[in-house]
Each structure stands twice: as structure tokens, then as C-alpha cells.
Design a protein around this ligand. Structure first.
Ligand SMILES: Cc1ncc(COP(=O)(O)O)c(C=O)c1O
Length: 376
């Protein structure tokens, strides 16, 4: 039923870089191209138009392609959304929210953190409460923007961005969302969340290669980017936007990774677009989580807030992560450690990218054997 990535390559169950199809990989072999030639401009404009279309955003949204990993897009969005002398509210309940806060502070932007109460475990497993965002905006009228992670890949937790977006709009602030691990693959249609600037990546749910990320900007986001002063040189949103509109990228782009993104977006659309990708990720979650339950593995995040693509699982007694990782790698699966305070007692299994369905069906048995072999 599902695309089979073919061959007996190890299956990547880390949160990215995710597995890619042969068609996407072969795009890297298309040859050399100077980014000052009209052929690159044609590719650039095709990608800039294809991204909002594939993700079902209205035509008023415009893309900025970013050569760099997702963090480059986060930095461009944060620095591009706050005017001189104004402030930002950062919603934080995981590593990526904390990174957004660190980015704002590194650029000297006054940032107000909104985080759930409690110790790290409680903070990282509790969604952001829109009422707290309301109070923060009331307390900080100088805040120009609110920035939030939609899917906190740290734990696999989904934040209620649509409800948060309503609050942000009531206060007239700009709404910036890091959707790097949810763009085009989680249940919510992000076009319905009142987002002014969205950060996404070619990799993860879009199944392109790492190295290119992007911003999708609505009309208010585009206006703001034009107003904000340059806070750095390379990553200034207005410079990239103006250049890309003219078909002139200011710096050398990852040309071949752009080819690969073109193929990934074509595949995304040909296979049925957002609805089909979301259904695939939902089906994968149901399949692997039924296996986790039979193996008595507990998922950290409560069901209503769970992403379909990331499960953070408690390590059973007498099993360490390095042993489990190595035993599963021997069986053809690459898993990922927990982050921060979760590193000692948890691990993650993620289902981004191209994964042959039969390899996911075989995961339960491999995981059961690996858990057994890893026990001291
Ligand atoms: C939610 C989220 N934001 C941002 C990033 C960006 O990270 P990177 O720069 O490693 O692509 C990631 C990557 O895992 C992520 O999951």
C-alpha cells in the first residue's frame, strides 16, 4: 500500500535526517548548475510556489528558501519578526522552545518566556496554555511577536497552535511558528492556525534532503520582515526575500538539495498531498504504538497531545540506551536518545521519511529481541 524505500538499508527511526526515496536521492546526480543562470531561477520560483501550494496555504503566502538546517530558518524568523526596541514572547516546553529563546537573547532581543509550571519533566510534557499567552501579552504590550513550536520533537508533544494563534491575533502581535517537525505531516492544517511566519524544513515530513529549510510568510509576516532592521548579515530575512523575488539569491545556495526538494514535493503531491501524508503518519503511529503496548513500553506524552511521528518511550529496567541502540542497529533500525533530563530513562522512536511498510511491521519483533538482548 505504501511506498517501499527498497533495499535493505537501515531504517532511520531518528527525528531527522529522515529516509528519502531513490527519486529524491537521484536528484543529487542531475549535475552542476550555476545559481546565476536562468535555470536556477526557474527552479527557485517553482519551489517557492510549490511549498505553500503543497501545504494548502493561500496564495497570499510567500516562501523564503534558506540554505541551512532548520535552526537557520528559526533564527531568520525570530530576528525578522521583532522591530527595533520591541520584544518577543517565547513559548517554551522543550529543547526547541528553549532554542528559540536562546536565539532571541543571542541577538539582544528582550524575550519573555512562557513555560508550563513544574520540573523539567512536567514542563516538557504539558502543552502551552493559551490563557498564559494571553496574560503574557497583556503584561508585555511591547511584544511584537509570539513564537511557538508546534510539534516539540523533544518529546513528541503537539502544542495547541490554533488556539494560541487566536489569542495572539486578539493582541495584534505577529504569530511565528516552528513547524519543522510537523509541516505537512501532522493532523492540524497549519493554514488554519493564523500563522504569520512558519518555519519548515525540506527534510522530516516532506521527505527531502537536509540542508534546505524555509519560511512561509503571510501578508503581515511579509510587512514585518520589510520593517525589521538587519540583526546579522547572512541570515537577514528581508535581504533573502528581496533577492529571491528578483530571482537573485544573495549567497551560494545548496543547488542540488533544491533539486531534491523539487522531487520530494512532486512525490508529496502525486501521492495525494497533505491528507495522504497525514494519513500515512497516522497509520504508522497506530502500527508501531500497538507493538509498543504489547511490549509493555510506556509512551511519555498523553494521547490527546501526541504527535504521530515521535514516540518518547520509557526504558525498561536494566536496559540502557546505548545497549538498546546497538542491539537495534544490528537488526537494521536506528533509534534516538532522549534529550536533556530524559536522556537517562527514555529513548525515541520516530517515523519520519521513507520507511518501507514491511520494515515497520517487523519492528515489534526486532524491538522485542533487542530489549531482551540489551537487558543486563
Ligand atoms: C521542532 C524543531 N525545531 C527545529 C529543529 C531544527 O534543528 P536542525 O537545525 O538540527 O535542523 C528541529 C530538528 O530536529 C526540530 O525538531
Amino acid at each position: 500500500m505504501y511506498h517501499d524505500g527498497g533495499a535493505d538499508r537501515p531504517v532511520l527511526l531518528n527525528p531527522g535526517p529522515a529516509g528519502t526515496s531513490e527519486r529524491v536521492q537521484n536528484a543529487l546526480l542531475r549535475g552542476d548548475l550555476c545559481h546565476r543562470e536562468p535555470e536556477f531561477d526557474e527552479l527557485l520560483q517553482r519551489l517557492r510556489a510549490a511549498l505553500p501550494r503543497a501545504l494548502e496555504f493561500p496564495e497570499t503566502y510567500e516562501s523564503i528558501l534558506v540554505t541551512g538546517s532548520g535552526t537557520a530558518a528559526m533564527e531568520m524568523a525570530v530576528t525578522g519578526s521583532v522591530r527595533s526596541g520591541r520584544e518577543i514572547v517565547v513559548l517554551s516546553n522543550g529543547v526547541y522552545g528553549e532554542r528559540l529563546l536562546a536565539i532571541a537573547r543571542a541577538h539582544g532581543i528582550t524575550a519573555h518566556e512562557v513555560a508550563p509550571e513544574g520540573d523539567q519533566l512536567e514542563r516538557w510534557t504539558t502543552p502551552i496554555d493559551p490563557a498564559r499567552v494571553d496574560r503574557a501579552l497583556a503584561a508585555h504590550p511591547q511584544a511584537d511577536a509570539v513564537v511557538c513550536v508546534h510539534h516539540e520533537t523533544t518529546t513528541g508533544l503537539i502544542n495547541p497552535v490554533r488556539e494560541i494563534g487566536e489569542v495572539v491575533a486578539q493582541h495584534g502581535a505577529l504569530f511565528v511558528v516552528d513547524a519543522i517537525s510537523s509541516t505537512g505531516n501532522e493532523e492540524l492544517n497549519l493554514a488554519d492556525a493564523g500563522i504569520d511566519i512558519l518555519c519548515g524544513t525540506a527534510n522530516k515530513g516532506l521527505h527531502g534532503l537536509p540542508g534546505i529549510s524555509f519560511l512561509l510568510c503571510g501578508p503581515a509576516g511579509l510587512d514585518r520582515i520589510a520593517e525589521v532592521p538587519a540583526r546579522g548579515f547572512y541570515n537577514h530575512a528581508a535581504t533573502h526575500l528581496a533577492g529571491q523575488r528578483r530571482g537573485e539569491v544573495p549567497f551560494t545556495p545548496a543547488v542540488q538539495v533544491c533539486y531534491a526538494l523539487g522531487e520530494a514535493l512532486a512525490e508529496y503531491t502525486e501521492r495525494g498531498g497533505r491528507r495522504t501524508r497525514v494519513a500515512l503518519y497516522r497509520d504508522r503511529a497506530a502500527l508501531v504504538r500497538a507493538g509498543f503496548a504489547r511490549l509493555d513500553l510506556k509512551i511519555l506524552v498523553d494521547p490527546p497531545h501526541r504527535a504521530n511521528s515521535v514516540s518518547t518511550l520509557r526504558l525498561p529496567e536494566r536496559v540502557t540506551y546505548p545497549r538498546l541502540h546497538d542491539e537495534l542497529a544490528k537488526r537494521g533500525y536506528i533509534i534516538y536518545a532522549g534529550q536533556g533530563g530524559l536522556a537517562a530513562g527514555h529513548f525515541r522512536i520516530c517515523t519520519f521519511g521513507e520507511i518501507p511498510w514491511h520494515r515497520l511491521e517487523a519492528l515489534e519483533s526486532a524491538l522485542g529481541d533487542a530489549l531482551h538482548a540489551a537487558r543486563d
